[in-house]
Design a protein around this ligand. Sequence first.
Ligand code: AR6
Length: 205
Amino acid sequence: VAGEAKAGISSSAGKWERLGEVDCFELSSSSVLKLEKGDITSWFVDGRTDAIVNAANERMLGGGGVDGAIHRAAGPELKTACYEVPEVRPGVRCPTGEARITPAFQLPVSRVIHTVGPIYGAVDKPEVLLRNAYINSLKVAKENNIDYIAFPAISCGVYRYPFDEASKIAISAIKEFPSDFKEVHFVLFSDDTYRAWLETALEFM
Ligand code: AR6
């Protein structure tokens, strides 16, 4: 399965094709789910109706992993914009499972949607919080007229969510969200996460 993708082979249900380095799955007649390996900071479609999602923490002022990479690539204005997001309680701008939006500054996309996944093993019902992180990111994107959105593997790094479980939550959230995004992407940094996402998409889509 993973890694043996050939153009035009159908997955269990919907249509799957591999175009270059990208696995494409039909979400609806006008909407496509795409999986690719890579660095989300260089992803864009048109710089106007596109957004990347950041796996942030509740303070929303930067950190390591994809958060650090996004802040470095966006430039220092991103941190300033994050400071301006009001705190909901001391030190918390974005509670776990919620999402906030800022401009993207030096990044090639138009917006950054910041969400916070759960720390695996540190909370009850991490699956609900991880699903909320995806769903609330999609909601914020829709409210801001985003047509193209790219996610990293939220919670799969520092927050230690098991890849296979996370991929099932991520892909089912995208599949079930009633939306008309033109494209929803997962830009996966590691072989392990890419493999988990592809296997799940082949099973679920
Ligand atoms: N592009 C795409 N994915 C990436 C990139 C990149 N440039 N860099 C890393 N990843 P993590 P979390 C992948 O740790 O687990 C931060 O310090 C990475 O391989 O970035 O949600 C925040 O400030 C992994 O698969 O996020 C928080 O404190 C995935 O992104 C905390 O980490 C998520 O790993 C959030 O932890």
